[in-house]
Design a protein around this ligand. Structure first.
Ligand code: AMP
Length: 216
């Protein structure tokens, strides 16, 4: 089964994907994570990607597709993938359809998580993560127990979670990513989820949708 998580930055795609992984045994592939890894490793791709990411712009399709293809070729993704943060535009969606079709696969369900932009901005400003294990926190709704993460790592703010860059990321979502709602609605695979609720409540609905899609 292949699942796609759609939604603006801060909508909760990553948090929900982590819960899906636990219940359904699929792998989560986040192009944001793949790109941040390349940036951290200072690879040629990472250095180029960073010049876009630091401004909240989309990284060129070919670069993202290159990293994604390498990840999808690993054996653990053969049973099914949760695509988190990919595709970000219609061209990427068409490319993904092509890659999956070559293996006789398709996207089975698209979970579109919606929230008002003022809520998203507030969430992104309060978002933190552990620099060691990657665990996500929110200083308002889910703060760390102490100064550090449970694993001992430092709690950090993502460099693109700042006011100016957040504004641009939401603009980019409206212009490039939102058209995917129509793209997947036409294919009959899109399910809308109200993301302005507590994480476990949202997940309850998502779990039901995925279970139903799996029985189709
Ligand atoms: P994310 O972690 O999904 O919020 O992504 C962080 C940043 O990585 C985005 O603001 C983009 O600059 C870049 N990025 C992530 N996924 C993609 C993608 N599929 N296409 C282009 N750029 C991406």
């Amino acid at each position: 089964m292949n699942i796609l998580m759609l939604g603006a930055p801060g909508s909760g795609k990553g948090s929900q994907s982590e819960l899906i992984v636990k219940d359904f045994g699929l792998v989560q592939i986040s192009t944001g994570d793949l790109l941040r890894q390349a940036v951290a490793n200072q690879t040629k791709e990472g250095i180029l990607a960073n010049s876009y990411m630091s401004k909240g712009e989309l990284v060129p399709d070919e670069l993202v597709l290159g990293l994604l293809s390498i990840r999808m070729n690993k054996p653990d993704s053969k049973n099914g993938v949760i695509f988190d943060g990919f595709p970000r535009n219609v061209k990427q969606a068409e490319m993904l359809d092509k890659i999956l079709a070559e293996d006789g696969k398709k996207i089975d369900i698209v979970i579109n998580i919606g929230s008002p932009f003022d809520v998203l901005k507030e969430r992104l400003m309060a978002r933190r993560l552990c620099d060691k294990c990657g665990k996500g926190y929110n200083m308002i709704s889910n703060p760390p127990k102490g100064k550090n993460c449970d694993c001992g790592g430092d709690i950090i703010t993502r460099s693109d979670d700042n006011d100016g860059v957040i504004k641009n990321r939401l603009e980019v979502y409206l212009n490039s990513t939102k058209p995917l709602i129509e793209y997947y609605t036409k294919k009959g695979v899109l399910a809308d989820i109200d993301g302005n609720r507590k994480i476990p409540v949202i997940y309850g609905d998502i779990k039901e949708l995925i279970t139903k899609a799996g029985n189709r």
